[in-house]
Design a protein around this ligand. Structure first.
Ligand SMILES: [Zn+2]
Length: 349
């Protein structure tokens, strides 16, 4: 009897300690506890040190996140961080901050990264760790989610299933020298015109040769090492999704479907929808163009809106739109991987 009582007391104390623990959130179904999130849905990262600080927290909090070797920026020699979520071949590479003045999407990529890390741990919902939420709700509050981005519970299951045995590689700020202040790198080059994709025809401040800048060289080298299935580059202002460069035939068909699965995640959030441009119309020299040309795999550019719809980027990140865009981006990355894998299993890579 005394033994049973002591055992009961131990169990009771354990339960109380678990409930009181500030550093963890209990997952449903006996899954491991989820840590408190460290990247808020509306977090802003306008200085390189803000990004480095957020990364320290991510690395401390998630065992599934591993830092990769950093690059160094061309002029200020600031670290260009990169990291991996999960183990196995790279299914998705997400990057932002190639244009330093498009700082909101640095927060997008960091938010996606943490949500993928959390989904990989538990397959449970991200923010609260509570039981799967009803479609259209978030932490108990309706946020007006639409279409395919509604089902939070299926999103978490999908992350766990789709990314199992695979990894996501993240470059949150490619251009730390320009972050928060300038589109260009420290010596005035537009890094998204500095890649070897029709570079001779590229217009603008494209540098002296493809990959002449330390930043673009770092990203190209990382991409050559990782050979991602899909790349998504995040930008601001144009309110749409770009997905074409020089694809043809079956590759074109597959990439269009991947792009459709991405825009489906955004629903009406991106008013410009899917945008194509012929090789003749292309601006050339872009990272996604280079990825498509070099790897014959889907390269997507997601363009958040900006001044035209919200007056300023500050207004955009303070609006109701922003958390919805962030959540949709998590789903968009996953949709792209799922669609690509479906084709890969059918023989076309
Ligand atoms: Zn841009």
């Amino acid at each position: 009897m005394a033994v049973i009582t002591r055992l009961g007391a131990v169990i009771l104390v354990s339960i109380i300690l678990l409930l009181l623990s500030p550093s963890s959130v209990i997952s449903p179904g006996g899954l491991p506890p989820l840590p408190e999130p460290v990247i808020p849905v509306d977090g802003t990262y306008r200085r390189p040190e803000d990004v480095y600080c957020a990364l320290d927290k991510l690395y401390e909090t998630y065992e599934t996140i591993t830092p990769l070797e950093s690059g160094l920026s061309q002029v200020k020699r600031l670290p260009i961080p990169a990291f991996r979520i999960g183990d196995g071949p790279c299914a998705l590479l997400i990057m932002s901050g190639i244009h330093g003045d498009e700082w909101p999407v640095v927060g997008t990529v960091l938010y996606m990264a943490e949500q993928y890390a959390r989904g990989m741990i538990s397959g449970a919902p991200g923010e609260t760790g509570a039981a799967p939420q009803e479609p259209g709700t978030r932490s108990g509050k309706t946020v007006g989610m639409s279409g395919a981005l509604a089902d939070a519970a299926s999103l978490w299951r999908d992350i766990a299933v789709v990314l199992r045995g695979r990894s996501v590689v993240v470059v949150p700020v490619l251009n730390p020298d320009g972050l928060g202040t300038s589109r260009y790198n420290g010596r005035g080059v537009d890094l998204n015109r500095n890649f070897d994709a029709g570079w001779a025809k590229a217009i603008g401040k494209k540098g002296s040769a493809p990959e002449s800048e330390a930043e673009s060289k770092f990203l190209a080298d990382l991409t050559r090492r990782e050979k991602p299935d899909v790349v998504i580059a995040f930008h601001c202002f144009l309110d749409c999704v770009f997905w074409t460069y020089d694809q043809e035939g079956e590759t074109l068909k597959r990439d269009e479907e991947v792009a459709r699965s991405v825009i489906e995640a955004y629903g009406d959030l991106l008013q410009g929808g899917l945008q194509t441009s012929s090789p003749a119309e292309s601006v050339h020299g872009g990272y996604k163009d280079w990825f498509i040309k070099e790897f014959r795999r889907p390269g997507i550019t997601v363009e958040a809106p900006g001044r035209d719809r919200f007056g300023s980027l500050e207004n955009m990140v303070k609006s109701d739109f922003w958390p919805r865009f962030q959540e949709a981006s998590v789903r968009a990355g996953l949709n792209a991987v799922k669609t690509f894998l479906r084709y890969a299993q059918g023989g076309l890579q």
